[in-house]
Ligand binder design. Structure first.
Ligand SMILES: NC(=O)c1ccc[n+]([C@@H]2O[C@H](COP(=O)([O-])OP(=O)(O)OC[C@H]3O[C@@H](n4cnc5c(N)ncnc54)[C@H](O)[C@@H]3O)[C@@H](O)[C@H]2O)c1
Length: 297
């Protein structure tokens, strides 16, 4: 047998182990989970799930919604949800509110950086303010939030930082240049934080990076999917997978799970013009052509 046979068998074994291995989930009963962007979309669904599992949720959202607060409070009572209005891209607001939460509510156990925005369009058409907003909310916001909580986690050797990135952090996409840049940025930051914690020997401070394909939440209304290969994801199963990844301390979650393997193989073995051609054939290059988005900035 050749070296390559053993090499690829070993890699296939690792991939299978990574996909199939299911560690025992940790309990979040009585834990505090801070979720940004919890007033809508997958943030709200994550809040609902954590409350159902007995956690107390601290909701941070630019559009703090009384209706959503009431809806979440109706699951397990007023004590289970505390809601604040905040712009996560403003570092002064982040540091001030983090200090207030620690004093008024108590020690936070899990921080989920979920708030995000999208602009969309040809790069020269997107307004300067929109590009700045996308970078500030999607990339800088999670950095300020990490800074506000990570030292407590390091000192206690306990805690969990979650970053909702996107499949757009693994590929460039036509008419999503600033959004892709913001998600590649937060992916690199989050992976570096994991390595930093590892180098410090903080084995009980966990990080999870989540990279989903388009989800049907309204954020990407109008996008078209790649036909038979990939469907636009439904929010509920996406949230089930994210919560499971958090409870089992997974470092990375890709939805669909096979996507990074395909991307890796294409990058490793195909010249860029063939990859671009396959994007055209599969319709990836035109996926944003009908994009409307409900909350575009
Ligand atoms: N919907 C998708 O197709 C998709 C795909 C991959 C990744 N994501 C990512 O998932 C996350 C959640 O997306 P969603 O689809 O639930 O979107 P959504 O628009 O339903 O929710 C985003 C939430 O973030 C809040 N928010 C926006 N700017 C904020 C700010 N400056 N400060 C505080 N809160 C702010 C909004 O008020 C909203 O409640 C985002 O980070 C998004 O980039 C979404």
């Amino acid at each position: 047998m050749s070296f390559w046979f053993y090499f690829f068998t070993f890699i296939a074994g690792l991939v299978a182990f990574n996909v199939l291995y299911k560690p025992t989930p940790k309990s979040v009963k009585g834990k505090r989970v801070l979720i940004t962007g919890a007033s809508s979309g997958i943030g709200k669904l994550m809040a609902r799930k954590f409350i159902q599992m007995g956690a107390q949720v601290i909701s941070w959202d630019y559009n703090k919604s009384e209706a959503v607060h009431k809806e979440l409070a109706s699951i397990a009572g007023e004590e289970s949800i505390v809601s604040y209005a905040i712009d996560v891209s403003d570092k002064d607001q982040v540091y001030e509110l983090a200090a207030r939460v620690k004093k008024e509510v108590g020690k936070v156990d899990i921080v989920i950086n979920n708030a995000g925005v999208v602009s969309g369009g040809n790069s020269w058409e997107v307004k300067d303010e929109s590009i700045e907003k996308v970078m500030k909310v999607n990339t800088m916001g999670p950095m300020w939030i990490t800074k506000a909580f990570i030292k407590d986690f390091v000192d206690a050797d306990s805690g969990h930082l979650v970053y909702i990135s996107s499949m757009a952090s693994t590929l460039g996409t036509n008419k999503l240049a600033d959004y892709c840049a913001s998600k590649w940025g937060i992916f690199g930051y989050a992976e570096s934080i994991r390595l930093e914690l590892g180098a410090l020997g903080k084995k009980n401070v966990h990080t999870t990076i989540v990279c989903p394909y388009y989800i049907n939440t309204g954020m990407f209304d109008g996008v078209t999917s790649i036909g038979l290969m990939m469907k636009i994801l439904q929010p509920e199963p996406v949230v089930d997978s994210i919560v499971e990844a958090i409870l089992t301390n997974r470092h990375e979650l890709y939805l669909p799970a096979w996507m990074p393997y395909l991307t890796f193989l294409m990058r490793a073995f195909l010249p860029s013009y063939i990859r671009d051609m396959s994007n055209d054939i599969l319709g990836v290059s035109k996926s944003m052509d009908q994009f409307k988005g409900q909350r575009r900035v």
